[in-house]
Design a protein around this ligand. Structure first.
Ligand SMILES: [Zn+2]
Ligand SMILES: [Zn+2]
Length: 177
């Protein structure tokens, strides 16, 4: 990660931790432990995963309650570091930090905590927008129906092997890049 990117990431982490203190998270314990979490990046080609918390092997900590010291790294999508994704970036970091605090699964308790985030109502829309951008970025080909003009984004060519589900016409390949 270059210096500029790691600054952006660190700034967001600080924002998240600051907001978490106002939301009532424990400053001396939870917030301080989260400060030491190592941060990394997912692969650029990742489309569906935008953040992930990776733990040390459970045999190292399964006798204790999971906590930030069990976390090896939190990886977030590299394109989340672009300025326009700030709000979504911080939603994702907050989400992963809840995992780090020991809430491993996406259950009721988890979502109750996540719902405290000030911009959480934008999560779904931003996530969809981000995913669409990634799909476009990761696609090299458009499969186009010459009759209906329906377009599908794909990494491979259709090479005449696929037909339109609506009209049965053979799909054509159009290069995106
Ligand atoms: Zn999660
Ligand atoms: Zn068609």
């Amino acid at each position: 990660m270059n210096l500029e990117k790691s600054h952006i990431l660190q700034k967001s982490v600080n924002n998240v931790l600051e907001t978490m203190t106002t939301l009532g998270f424990n400053v001396t314990k939870e917030i301080n432990e989260l400060k030491n979490i190592k941060l990394g990046l997912l692969r650029k080609s990742s489309v569906y995963r935008h953040g992930v918390t990776r733990y040390f092997p459970t045999r190292k900590w399964n006798s204790i309650n999971p906590n930030p010291s069990c976390v090896r790294v939190v990886d977030i999508h590299p394109l989340l570091l672009e300025p326009e994704w700030k709000i979504y970036r911080e939603i994702i970091i907050f989400h992963e930090f809840i995992h780090c605090l020991g809430y491993l699964g996406h259950n009721k308790t988890f979502y109750k905590l996540e719902s405290l985030w000030p911009t959480i109502n934008q999560k779904k829309a931003l996530g969809t927008k981000f995913m669409e951008m990634l799909r476009l970025k990761n696609s090299t080909w458009k499969w186009v129906c010459p009759k209906c003009n329906i377009e599908v984004l794909r990494q491979r060519k259709s090479s005449g092997k696929y037909i339109c589900i609506k009209c049965n016409s053979k799909l054509l390949d159009k290069a995106i890049k």
